[in-house]
Ligand binder design. Structure first.
Ligand code: NAD
Length: 431
């Protein structure tokens, strides 16, 4: 039973948090042996920090920014999760993302709990110096909340390896010695792992291959049409990996819109274009591609759709028009529960986010382990281990789905929540 929880924690109008809570409720309906109090404990965030802080801008003015760090669950180990820079960040969104991190880490059997953080900011409107100031000040605001054995941030939307370098440096300067293991997704020359940059996108494609194999789709990759929404870290790395394996990527998009060519896009050329562009977008790309909106792109006829941009992209209103037979979620929460219902009724397979994009946190874990051991692996070793972890998790999810007769998302959540629940029962409730 819920007892004495602050109403502000329980009541949410945020669609992303509503999605995370509804997914949880659907999964725990299959875990009837768990005590009610334990289910409530697993459902709500353990601790949350909200901060408002000043940043010196290039024109010498001072602006105030708001940020958050939420630890959802810490039963399996220190909490782990990205830091997001976006104007859409809110406490509820961060709560949802932290909850998904708990299930993601448990699903791939990492010794981590779940966390997430974010700052309400448009990083593309800031200079490098302003972003460095913002990151350093935000890090010092949340410094009591993070640490290599407490909570380990990583990049997410709007942040990257450079952001992690500033966070690591700020933390290290504060404690007086270098602590590479306080963040993951760092540049290689300060303790990052080979393969981390590509890991999430690569993991998405590992899951896509597993799903195609299980669907018995034995066509040659060149005859399998793939559509990808989002061309940032996850989307562009997934696109590159699929392209390298010979798949026909017929459309990709970013915040500036979609680019379509039924004969296949030149992904390396598009990635190089983004690298060169000041705002790191596809705006102005004039290669062999037709323009379309993000909404149109989602509804293109294709075999595989990879939403890899943001939450809430497929809902009950556009799900009836989705033409892919397989959806692999690169982003967190791109499909709402009512969207899921439509897709399930239509027999469209969805490989859920907590499985499909778990490659990032898995290689983050490898980076943390390598940092603590001060012994670094080559790229082949990273990818070999990554593939092994994801395929094992994929097989577990399929087994659970068959056992309960449920879709892959519910099965993934059942598997993950039950792992955290059993660990909690083994530890017992303190005191
Ligand atoms: P990113 O900032 O590198 O890229 C985001 C991409 O989405 C960009 O191409 C951007 O232009 C595009 N985009 C933004 N708004 C859009 C809109 N309204 N319509 C279409 N495209 C839009 O971020 P990322 O790290 O690639 O993260 C993408 C998603 O994957 C997020 O949901 C994130 O939480 C999730 N994720 C990221 C990682 C990681 O390792 N980076 C790991 C797991 C999950």
């Amino acid at each position: 039973m819920v007892a004495n929880l602050a109403p502000s924690v329980r009541a949410t109008s945020d669609p992303t948090y509503q999605t995370a809570l509804q997914q949880f409720d659907r999964a725990v309906a299959y875990l009837r042996d768990l005590p009610d109090g334990l289910i409530e404990f697993l459902k709500w965030p353990r601790r949350e920090l909200s901060v408002n802080f000043p940043v010196r801008m290039d024109d010498s003015s001072v602006k105030i920014f708001s940020g958050y760090r939420v630890h959802h669950n810490t039963v399996l180990g220190p909490s782990k999760g990205g830091i997001r820079y976006s104007l859409h960040v809110s406490l509820d969104e961060v709560r949802a993302l932290a909850m998904w991190m708990s299930w993601k880490c448990a699903l791939v059997n990492l010794p981590y709990g779940g966390a997430k953080g974010g700052v309400i900011v448009d990083p593309k409107a800031m200079s490098v110096a302003e972003l460095a100031n913002l990151t350093r000040r935000f890090t010092s605001e949340i410094i009591l909340f993070i640490g290599p054995n407490i909570d380990i941030p990583a990049p997410d939307m709007g942040t990257n390896a450079q952001t992690m370098a500033w966070m690591m440096d700020t933390y290290s300067m504060t404690v007086g010695y270098s602590v590479p293991a306080v963040v993951t997704g760092k540049p290689i020359n300060i303790g990052g792992s080979l393969g981390r940059e590509e890991a999430t996108g690569r993991g998405v494609i590992v899951c896509m291959l597993e799903a195609l194999r299980q669907q018995g789709l034995h066509r040659s990759p060149k005859d399998i049409n793939v559509v990808i929404q989002g061309f940032g870290n996850v989307g562009s790395n997934a696109a590159q990996r699929a392209y390298d394996l010979g798949f026909n990527i017929i459309a990709v998009s970013d915040v500036t819109g979609g680019y379509f060519n039924p004969k296949g896009l030149n992904i390396p050329e598009m990635r190089a274009f983004v690298q060169r562009s000041a705002k790191r977008t596809l705006q102005g790309y004039v290669g062999d591609a037709e323009r379309m909106s993000n909404a149109e792109l989602l509804e293109l006829p294709c075999d595989v759709l990879i939403p890899a941009a943001m939450e809430g992209q497929i809902t009950a209103s556009n799900a009836p028009r989705i033409q892919a037979s397989l959806i692999v979620e690169g982003a967190n929460g791109p499909i709402t529960p009512d969207g899921d219902d439509v897709l399930n009724d239509r027999g469209i397979t969805v490989v859920p986010d907590i499985l499909a994009n778990a490659g990032g946190v898995t290689v983050s874990y490898f980076e943390w382990v390598q940092g603590l051991q001060e012994y670094f692996w080559d790229e082949d070793e990273v990818y070999r281990r990554l593939e092994r972890v994801l395929i094992k998790a994929y097989d577990n999810v399929v087994t659970t789905a068959e056992h309960h007769g449920v879709d892959l998302r519910t099965a993934a959540q059942i598997t993950a929540i039950n792992r955290v629940a059993q660990a909690t029962l083994t530890r017992g409730f303190y005191p």
